[in-house]
Design a binder for this molecule. Structure first.
Ligand SMILES: Nc1ncnc2c1ncn2[C@@H]1O[C@H](COP(=O)(O)OP(=O)(O)O)[C@@H](O)[C@H]1O
Ligand SMILES: [Mg+2]
Length: 397
């Protein structure tokens, strides 16, 4: 038997596995690396996050990514090189993390790598009826496996599409296994570049959907207008502005917001052009930059609130766990909290998972299921979503 297959077989039989989850979202702030100890699988999954870090990306690499991300026309050679470069970089970051954590690669059973999304095109975006939902993540996992010596699972979204989904949001699977409660309904709100939530009723079907932009438009506005800054730290810029009602109306007028749930989106829609067009439709060329910032903050907040409110009305004793970088933005959080009151909003830390690590942890959980679980398990609660194992397997040798 191939030694890699033998090793995988042994890993699958273990009572608990050490899995590194990797996530690099649309914000391009860095690579989230979560070393998790995962016991059991399926409904008996428990996770202990042993180590976590967001390894920041160098500016030069981020700029290279920006040349291809969400662009309809790109330099194909550039894309090809970045596919390999991202795999190499992620492998190198893991090796550096292991060194920093004084952890031997032999201590790690698996790596679960999300990769970097460079294009997400569900049918409602590309509008070509005869063509499938599509998404593309780069960062080839063979590099990660070869560099680290650790079996690596990657490219989770393709199976979801192959089995009838949009390739996103995948959070519902891990959310269900880690956060379901028997006596109350649970919401999980993640505010990354794009915002999404999962609704897990104590009884009934799980729903998982994007709501629209999370931090992305706010980040872009800061990067366009405040040299040297990448995001509105603690909303200090937005707090100095006044909400511009006309602009808010234009931002919210896109048909995406009237599409039925669940739905997914990305930077292909919510990008600088989207913002530029909305500003120009207000008929005002010069809206003060602080006011635009305040308005973008409110835009994210309102579109999240409108989406979750529909389900809050249907829910029983709900609680909301929040994660993602947006939860560090006080202006955003205050508005959402006030609007959904009396629903309690707490950080996922309450469940032992620090909010910035959550998405990376969820991919570790998906890998754990692929290696040791039963895909059919999901069929019961995730009616609208494919019940399949996700992820391709890369061997180190
Ligand atoms: N202290 C803070 N104040 C305001 N925004 C913050 C703060 N910390 C992080 N963020 C926001 O969170 C983003 C990163 O969120 P993250 O969950 O990593 O998104 P992604 O998954 O898209 O990478 C940053 O780009 C920034 O907009
Ligand atoms: Mg991030």
């Amino acid at each position: 038997m191939n030694q890699n297959v033998k090793r995988l077989y042994q890993i699958a039989q273990k009572k608990s596995r050490n899995i590194i989850g990797l996530m690099s979202g649309t914000s391009l702030d860095g690579l989230d690396v979560a070393l998790c100890n995962i016991s059991g699988h399926g409904n008996n999954t428990t996770v202990k996050v042993e180590k976590f870090i967001t390894w920041p990306y160098a500016r030069g690499y981020r700029e290279k990514l920006l040349e291809i991300i969400s662009k309809k026309n790109v330099d194909l050679e550039n894309l090809c090189l970045l596919h390999e470069l991202t795999g190499l970089l992620h492998g190198d970051i893991i090796n550096k993390c292991l060194k920093k954590w004084k952890t031997d690669a032999l201590h790690v059973d698996l790596i679960a790598s999300h990769g970097q999304t460079i294009y997400h095109a569900p049918r409602h975006l590309h509008k070509q009826k005869d063509l499938p939902n599509a998404t593309l993540q780069i960062g080839d996992a063979d590099h990660i496996a070869v560099q680290t010596g650790i079996i690596t699972l990657s490219d989770f979204r393709q199976k979801h599409i192959a089995a009838g989904g949009e390739g996103a949001p995948l959070a519902a699977y891990g959310d269900l296994l880690l956060f379901k409660e028997s006596d109350r309904d649970v919401f999980l709100l993640n505010i990354g570049g794009i915002a999404n939530f999962t609704f897990i009723p104590a009884k009934g079907n799980v729903l998982s959907t994007d709501t629209g932009p999370g931090n992305t438009l706010m980040d872009h506005w800061v990067q366009m207008n405040f040299t040297g800054f990448t995001y509105d730290d603690n909303a200090i810029i937005a707090k100095k502005g006044t909400i511009h009602d006309g602009l808010l109306h234009e931002l919210k007028s896109h048909p995406f917001f009237s599409l039925p749930f669940p739905k997914t989106t990305g930077l292909e829609l919510f990008n600088r052009t989207y913002l530029k067009n909305a500003i120009s439709r207000t008929g005002k060329n010069k809206i003060p930059i602080y006011d635009v910032m305040a308005t973008l903050n409110r835009f994210t907040a309102e579109t999240i609130v409108q989406s979750v409110k529909k389900y809050i009305q249907l829910s029983h004793k709900p609680i909301m766990y929040v994660s993602g970088g947006g939860m560090h933005n006080p202006m955003l959080m205050d508005f959402i909290e006030k609007e959904i009151s009396p629903v309690k909003m707490v950080s996922t830390t309450q469940k032992g998972i620090e909010p910035d690590a959550k998405e990376a942890v969820l991919f570790a959980v998906l890998a754990n299921e692929t290696v040791a679980g039963q895909p059919g398990l999901f069929a019961k609660h995730l009616k609208a979503m494919p019940a399949v194992s996700m992820g391709k397997i890369s061997f180190p040798t």
